[in-house]
Design a protein around this ligand. Structure first.
Ligand SMILES: [Zn+2]
Ligand SMILES: [Zn+2]
Length: 136
């Protein structure tokens, strides 16, 4: 299921990661805005509340959370990296019209292409694009 702020705080505690107020705010933003935001979007979303927040802090926080396995950088054809708080395996669908990235359930772990039986797979992504119902 989707993690809550408390779930993630527990996980951070278990991994001995303590986050400053600013970093917790970034985490909270990711939990509340399941839009697969870019650093730019996080910055714009938090700027009014935390005028002292820098993009560097956002990058660093995302890196820490990514290393802890709590955030995943998602693969799209966008130039800017987009981040996802949901780390359970799922696919992404990007609407070419509004740019929204939707999550969908898919059992990625069960996909092992026979052609790659002798390869080491380090990451799997399922990425579709098209038009969402709102834009149709
Ligand atoms: Zn759309
Ligand atoms: Zn996602």
């Amino acid at each position: 299921m989707k993690p809550t702020f408390e779930d993630i705080k527990q996980q951070l505690k278990a991994k001995n990661i303590s986050l400053s107020y600013q970093r917790l705010k970034i985490l909270e933003y990711l939990i509340e805005n399941r839009c697969h935001p870019t650093v730019e979007m996080i910055f714009a979303g938090l700027h009014d509340e935390i005028p002292t927040l820098s993009k560097t802090t956002i990058y660093n926080t995302l890196r820490i959370l990514e290393e802890a396995g709590l955030v995943k950088e998602i693969t799209t054809e966008d130039k800017e990296a987009r981040y996802d708080i949901a780390t359970e395996t799922h696919g992404h669908f990007k609407c070419e019209s509004c740019g929204t990235i939707f999550d969908f359930s898919v059992d990625i772990d069960s996909i092992i292409p026979g052609d790659l039986s002798r390869f080491v797979i380090k990451d799997k992504n399922i990425y579709f694009k098209g038009l969402c119902p709102r834009c149709l």
